[in-house]
Design a protein around this ligand. Structure first.
Ligand SMILES: [Zn+2]
Length: 246
């Protein structure tokens, strides 16, 4: 299984760095995970080739480019229909509000929307996906991808909480690390610090930690130093174009 980073900027895209978006692939199967602004046009493959889409939650830095994909799949000269979408509660209704579809609107035929929540599981080609509700201000799923005995876990956006059991024994843990500094000191409690990302990775026996969702205004070197104080395994920061074999 392979993880590729399309975009990793936290909360808003920056020059050269789309917001959250990843590809998870195994053999000929590719899953597009989160559709942040900039990810559709920055995808390293033909977007028409994705087999399924996962959307962690309805905040625009994770789902806005599903609208770009909708217009491309539905109105270009290459019609694509029934693309499976596995999304947290609220994503469909939020996006529907932008296109205002009636029952036979193309939005309902381009995508095959499936709401997922705590304990749900699906299979896409050789990849088994399971979902756990993370701790965010809106419904938000963390996803565990398992294929050929290897495990990748992606947190989506989340604050601390017992959701992190989903990371247990992950070969690669793609964890949001929006904040720097001491845990518990930030006004909005629904994100993690780099220190918390490292602490979860250590506590859950993760082999490799990749931090993501760092806002453009932060120095990644500081996040790495803070996480490394808690976790002595392999550690990296997600950057566009990055690729990791799981
Ligand atoms: Zn976000």
């Amino acid at each position: 299984m392979r993880l590729r980073i399309i975009g990793s900027a936290g909360s808003y895209p920056a020059s050269g760095t789309p917001a959250s978006g990843y590809l998870v692939d195994e053999d000929d199967t590719t899953v597009w995970v989160d559709c942040g602004p900039g990810t559709f046009i920055s995808m390293p493959i033909d977007p028409w080739a994705v087999d399924a889409i996962v959307v962690s939650h309805r905040h625009t830095d994770h789902c806005a480019d599903l609208l770009a994909a909708f217009h491309a799949f539905g109105y270009s000269d290459r019609l694509r229909t029934r693309v499976p979408v596995y999304a947290a509660a609220g994503v469909f209704d939020a996006l529907k509000g932008f296109v205002d579809p009636d029952d036979d609107h193309p939005f309902r035929s381009v995508f095959d929307f499936n709401e997922v929540g705590d304990g749900d599981a699906v299979t896409v080609g050789p990849i088994d996906l399971s979902f756990v509700l993370a701790h965010h201000s809106v419904p938000d799923v963390a996803t565990r991808f398992v294929s050929d005995g290897r495990t990748l876990v992606y947190t989506g956006d989340t604050g601390p909480g017992d959701w992190d059991r989903v990371a247990t024994d992950a070969d690669l843990f793609l964890c949001e690390a929006t904040y720097q500094g001491e845990p518990g000191t930030h006004a909005y409690p629904y994100h993690l610090t780099a220190k918390e990302a490292g602490e979860i990775a250590r506590r859950r026996g993760v082999a490799r930690l990749v931090m993501t969702h760092l806002p453009d205004h932060l120095d990644p070197a500081i996040s790495v130093a803070e996480a490394a104080a808690m976790f002595d395994g392999e550690l990296a920061v997600a950057e566009p174009g990055g690729s990791f074999l799981v």
